[in-house]
Design a protein around this ligand. Structure first.
Ligand SMILES: [Zn+2]
Length: 210
């Protein structure tokens, strides 16, 4: 458990070590602005920090984090579409070349979805949000009806990534770029327990070790 004062102490260490070591990089990023090539949609989960997992520097990744790393489909303009707005900024303004939907093992959002059995709690923002992956849950329930909860969670975590990849293509400014080759979509899965990265391969329709 981290004490809140440790964050201040941590920042001081960061400033003395990391910031001092990369001062030229930070100066460049301030003067020239950020030009990340990769946008990552990751989970809020405290164990899945994309910059840490991919060993990246400041300026490398444009990261969006939400519960269960979900991407909503194209919808009307009413409402506050935080994830969609950030994706729009990354694609249109920053011109990222890749979007990675980064799922992970032991996802609390996905296990909550699987455990609802399709019945949402009224007034739950979380249930409403997780209903984005309802098609993945249904598929798993049908295909793995006799499986253990752990198998269902893992299957649903992976299938939810594919739902998000499909949802990304519902935005014309994404599908156009994918079609002309200027944007590539990726579905990746970080297995926390084993420290492994799996990547979805379109040709085999399966997640394979990176
Ligand atoms: Zn998660």
């Amino acid at each position: 458990m981290i004490d809140i004062n440790q964050l201040i102490a941590g920042f001081r260490r960061f400033r003395q070590a990391h910031f001092a070591e990369h001062d030229t990089l930070y100066q460049q990023l301030v003067e020239q602005g950020q030009t990340p090539q990769v946008l990552v949609v990751a989970c809020c989960d405290s164990r899945v920090d994309p910059a840490l997992v991919f060993n990246c520097h400041p300026g490398d990744l444009f990261v969006i984090r939400n519960v269960a790393n979900l991407v909503p489909p194209r919808e009307g303009h009413s409402g506050h579409h935080g994830t969609t707005a950030a994706i729009e900024y990354g694609v249109k303004k920053l011109g990222v070349k890749h979007i990675i939907v980064l799922g992970h093992a032991h996802c609390g959002g996905i296990s909550a979805l699987v455990n609802t059995n399709g019945v949402s709690t009224p007034d739950s923002y979380m249930d409403d949000w997780m209903s984005l992956a309802e098609s993945a849950r249904k598929e798993v329930e049908v295909t793995f009806s006799q499986a253990t909860p752990d198998v269902k969670y893992r299957e649903c975590e992976m299938r939810a990534i594919l739902v998000s990849l499909e949802n990304l293509k519902t935005f014309p400014w994404i599908s156009e770029r994918v079609e002309n080759g200027s944007l590539i979509l990726h579905g990746w899965y970080f297995d926390i327990g084993h420290g492994e990265l799996l990547r979805y391969e379109e040709s085999t329709r399966a997640f394979q070790a990176a």
